[in-house]
Design a protein around this ligand. Structure first.
Ligand code: AR6
Length: 340
């Protein structure tokens, strides 16, 4: 998935580069800067001493030394002064210049902390939005795997207004009493029940759709031979044409990488995971009935027994098809994120 939100200590992430929220001296400090320096070892400070500091919004790279990451890209975020001191554009420069540096170094994966949202006091929700805006537009033209690392989830959730609305929607719609006994013993992200493997190979119409509804729990993309009037892949390609979209526009908007899209494109019987199917329906901005129809093609439905489904329904009914905002909400509710 090109943009992932994860909860981790950035010093433990194995990727080509991690980004450090440093200060202008580049000689270490507290927060994520302190954690990176202590995990990388003294040699990192030695190399930093040769860099001559860094201006706010700029980015400079060093090796990763004892870190699992090959490189550290040091950037200096703005200090929050209330929002009228050019903070947003300076923060966006941090993300963009770090991404450009990663590209220059040939990195295929890079992890960002939420720059400026600690000691420098930038509000977490605004800092997150700046990160997503820059990274998502960068990914429209570049192939890279980018992680946004959320270290302190509590402050991340507390900072966002949208969650109270979603809470209400979940409260109104979460039909716990409707979960049947078989399902209630499974967690929402539980693996596919074993009987799924016995799905009939040839089937059409409603009976087939009902059979497939047992596959709510599928989380991995898999290839499986099925025959239906129009397959998921066929419907996807038809909808892309009808919307006048380019393939790349669609898979990027779906937060799906090119390789997975090619697989789906070349195999009309490809059965995507539920997250992938939802991601494409979001990218195509389908209204709820068509949205559900498309999921049905892949054997899924949206039910009020699962938080994941209710959150998706919330966004679709609101006409909000921004996959990054949807993923932000899914992340906050500990659900699988959309994309590959
Ligand atoms: N992994 C991922 N994220 C982390 C980690 C970690 N190990 N530790 C903290 N964070 P901050 P700033 C998150 O204060 O606001 C330093 O002293 C943290 O929860 O590290 O840009 C520098 O030298 C927060 O969301 O950086 C500067 O003087 C985010 O990282 C100053 O702090 C940024 O918090 C920079 O302040």
């Amino acid at each position: 998935m090109p943009l992932q939100i994860i909860r981790q200590d950035i010093t433990k992430i194995k990727c080509d580069a991690i980004v450090n929220a440093a200060n202008k001296t580049l000689l270490g400090g507290g927060g994520v800067d302190g954690a990176i320096h202590s995990a990388a070892g003294k040699e990192l400070l030695e190399e930093c001493k040769t860099l001559g500091g860094c201006e706010v919004g700029e980015a400079k790279a060093t090796k990763g030394y004892n870190l699992p990451a090959k490189y550290v890209i040091h950037t200096v975020g703005p200090i929050w002064h209330g929002g009228n001191d050019n903070e947003e554009s300076l923060l966006k420069n941090c993300y963009l210049n770090s991404l450009l540096k990663a590209k220059e170094l040939g990195c295929e994966s890079v992890a960002f902390p939420l720059i400026s949202t600690g000691v420098y006091g930038y509000p977490v929700d605004k800092g997150f939005k700046a990160a997503v805006d820059v990274i998502s537009s960068f990914l429209m033209d570049n192939e890279m795997l980018v992680y946004i690392v959320v270290f302190n989830k509590a402050s991340f959730i507390a900072g966002s207004k949208i969650f109270s609305e979603i809470d209400e929607y979940i409260d109104d719609n979460y039909a716990e009493s409707h979960i049947d006994k078989n399902r209630s013993i499974l967690s929402e992200n539980a693996p596919l029940p074993s009987f799924f493997g016995k799905m009939p190979k040839r089937a059409t119409g409603k009976a087939f759709a009902d059979d497939l509804c047992t596959s709510e729990y599928a989380s991995a993309d898999e290839e499986i031979e099925i025959e239906v009037d129009e397959s998921f892949s066929e419907m996807l390609l038809r909808k892309i044409d009808e919307k006048g979209m380019k393939d790349s526009e669609c898979y990027k908007k779906a937060n799906i990488d090119r390789k997975l899209f090619s697989k789906i494109r070349s195999n009309p019987q490809y059965r995507p995971s539920k997250q992938t199917a939802v991601a494409f329906a979001v990218a195509l901005e389908l209204p709820l009935p068509e949205f559900k129809e498309m999921l049905m093609k892949a054997g899924y439905s949206l039910s009020h027994s699962f938080k994941f489904d209710i959150i998706i329904e919330y966004f679709v009914t609101k006409g909000n098809y921004n996959i990054y905002e949807i993923n932000e909400a899914l992340f906050a509710y500990d659900q699988n994120l959309l994309g590959a």
